[in-house]
Write a protein that binds this ligand. Structure first.
Ligand code: AMP
Length: 535
């Protein structure tokens, strides 16, 4: 999109009051003026008030300045759900340093890509988590990016912040249209696509997501899934919950047990979960029976398609309302609302949460299809970005010239109420537990697997994972078939530093790969085979 049109859109959003003229730090200060010493955040180990969050993040900002970071620098942050993550982000927001998210599940290839594309000056990384040591990863990043300043999260947590005072004249102030944070979207080569969210568009999303799920000062919001995934930061997530005046609880490991325990312990009213976690929580609840979840008022379910059966089971099992939420790091979000009819909540993914977002359903020539017909969902508006960061060729492929984001999702708008239904993907992608995996990436990793002639990766619908990753291998003639086991393939991929969530779940050995009439791999047939459990 050309600069002029972008400027026009920004002015329009500001004039209509959709974009506010302040930053995340300024918003936090307004909240601290209002809520003062009220507890803002609890992470299972400590709690912090609004005032203290301002104080600590200001001191953290001074610390970052003392280490040479300045307005506009990027720092990759690979951290877990805890108060120090919030302090570090707000510290960066304050001085215009931009946090770039990396997930704890990311390994060498992804982190190297994120650092490279963002041109990061710093890298904050946890030392160990869930049995994984990140020190070797940090060493590798240092070798690959010699100028990178590496900071371990626990060292930053141990800094005596009382020694750091922020001097207002010592840094350039960010403004509302500046990039606040860089979030991620799955990439076809395994390197995530980077999405720069401005203070204005990110705050806008948080506010309207909070409104869609009824989050307010009375709410207790549980952030159960990783905060380094965009939804858990802004849908309303960590930031949106803090700004709505809710008491926000961070779950450290995000297991179904911990989620239920936290709901009971902290009288949680609102939680966001992917369908598989909803299902895992319900299984425990039905099995154990005496967990008190009566405080729950709302469960947001999204990240992957939620069946009407699961939606119904969730409403009954938790005795609360749910909001189906369809959204993405690029910013577009639709949701069902608490006052919607039961039928709308069970069978649709709602309507755009932002009053300014424009949703279109188009055919392969970008022409709008008649209402009620299926096509690709594309969107533009005050919560949607108009480009990928540092990747003009990806921007050209994924955005129209006038700045609509092509979601790659297939959907339709219901004539009766204008609500959206998600029907699948127009592009090849596996959605496993809400994590997005491109088959082409795994196929590339396995192209040189010993004695494999052809490999093909497809999704298969799965009751627990949403979709599982199915790997088909045609061995070379005369190859020993016993060497092809799921275990040996996973070890091979682990040695090559593939992130664990991308490991195949199912292996099928075939004599011949099915081909289409034009001689291409018949992925549809393979997917059908995978869903039937193999050959
Ligand atoms: P991410 O950027 O990782 O959040 O992934 C965004 C993608 O997740 C969307 O483009 C959809 O493909 C998928 N997605 C998110 N929410 C839903 C939902 N409620 N139903 C179906 N797919 C969803």
């Amino acid at each position: 999109m050309n600069k002029e049109l972008y400027e026009q859109l920004c002015e329009d959003y500001e004039k209509r009051g959709l974009w506010k003229l302040y930053t995340h730090s300024e918003k936090l200060r307004k909240c601290a003026e209002k809520y003062g010493d009220r507890i803002a955040l609890i992470d299972g180990q400590e709690e912090i008030s609004y005032n203290e969050l301002v104080r600590r993040s200001d001191a953290m900002a001074a610390y970052f300045l003392s280490k040479g970071f300045v307005n506009g620098d990027r720092i990759v942050i690979q951290h877990i759900n805890c108060i120090s993550f919030a302090v570090m982000c707000f510290g960066m927001f304050r001085i215009g340093v931009i946090p770039v998210l990396a997930m704890p599940s990311h390994r060498e290839k992804e982190v190297d890509g994120i650092i490279g594309i963002s041109g990061a000056a710093g890298y904050i990384v946890i030392r160990s988590y869930h049995g994984v040591e990140y020190t070797a990863l940090a060493d590798t990043m240092q070798e690959l990016h010699p100028d990178l300043k590496i900071m371990f999260a626990d060292d930053l947590e141990a800094v005596d912040l009382s020694e750091y005072t922020l001097d207002e004249d010592s840094f350039g102030k960010p403004d509302n249209r500046d990039t606040a944070i860089i979030v991620l979207s799955g990439g076809s080569t395994g390197i995530p696509k980077l999405i720069a969210r401005t203070h204005s568009d990110y705050l806008h999303s948080q506010k309207y997501c909070a409104l869609s799920c009824g989050m307010n000062e009375e709410s207790v919001s549980l952030i159960a899934m990783p905060v380094t995934h965009n939804w858990n930061l802004c849908g309303p997530g960590l930031f949106g919950s803090i700004f709505a005046g809710a008491l926000t609880i961070l779950s450290r490991n995000g297991s179904a047990d911990e989620i239920l325990d936290y709901i009971e312990r902290y009288h949680v009213t609102t939680v966001a979960l992917v369908p598989s976690l909803v299902s895992a929580c319900l299984d425990i609840l039905e099995f154990v029976g005496d967990i008190d979840v009566s405080s729950l008022k709302m469960i947001q379910i999204g990240g992957a398609l939620c069946s009407p059966q699961l939606a119904e089971r969730a409403m009954q099992g938790f005795d609360c309302v749910i909001s189906q939420i369809y959204g993405m790091g690029e910013g577009f979000v639709c949701a069902t609302y608490p006052n919607d009819s039961r039928e709308q909540i069970l069978y649709t993914q709602g309507k755009p949460i932002s009053p300014g977002d424009i949703l279109r359903i188009v055919d392969e020539n970008d022409n709008d299809v008649p209402v009620g017909e299926a096509g690709e969902i594309i969107a533009r508006g005050p919560s949607v970005v108009t480009e990928y960061y540092g990747a003009p060729e990806l921007t050209a492929a994924y955005f129209t010239e006038d700045g609509f984001y092509r979601t790659g999702d297939k959907g339709m708008i219901r004539p009766e109420d204008g609500y959206i239904r998600i029907l699948g993907r127009t592009r090849e992608q596996i959605n496993r537990l809400g994590e997005k995996i491109m088959p082409s990436e795994l196929e590339e990793y396995l192209a040189d697997y010993p004695d494999a002639e052809t490999v093909c990766v497809t999704p298969a619908d799965d009751p627990e994972l949403g979709q599982r990753i199915c790997l088909f291998i045609k061995p070379r003639d005369g190859a020993d078939r016993s060497q092809f086991t799921l275990q040996s393939i996973r070890s091979y991929l682990a040695e090559r530093q593939l992130a664990t969530f991308k490991m195949p779940d199912q292996l099928v050995i075939v004599e011949e790969m099915p081909l289409t009439k034009v001689g291409k791999l018949d992925r549809k047939k393979l997917r059908d085979l995978a869903e039937r459990g193999g050959i």
